[in-house]
Design a protein around this ligand. Sequence first.
Ligand SMILES: [Cu+2]
Length: 134
Amino acid sequence: MAIILGISILIIGFSLSVTTLEETTSEEKNLVVEEIIRADVIMPTKVSRPGCDIEDVCYIPSNIVVKKGGSVTWLNEDSSFHTVTSGFYGEPTDLFDSGYLDPYEYYTLSFDEIGTYDYFCTLHPWMMAQVIVE
Ligand SMILES: [Cu+2]
């Protein structure tokens, strides 16, 4: 009896892991496709450490220009959480805030008013960039 139960549990466990693997694989494929199509600004790897600010590559590009009414999509390509938060570190303007973006998570915003929008990451004070709407 114990052996049969053990085998059943093994089989169930195996089917579960196969299902999870298939889901992950198809999600990853979607990510690759979406990444090519959708990301306007990326947060590259290793920006959770100071240094990206020296060459202004914490967000790439660090200055993006869009037409009024246009949208910008950010993609976090790093393995750490990051945010896209309006204003400056310690002085948020409360216009927008992505919250914590998981690795490979997207965030999209539309800009309906002309202006320069500074933004930063609430977790990494050196991460700063701008959206310019014209
Ligand atoms: Cu960050």
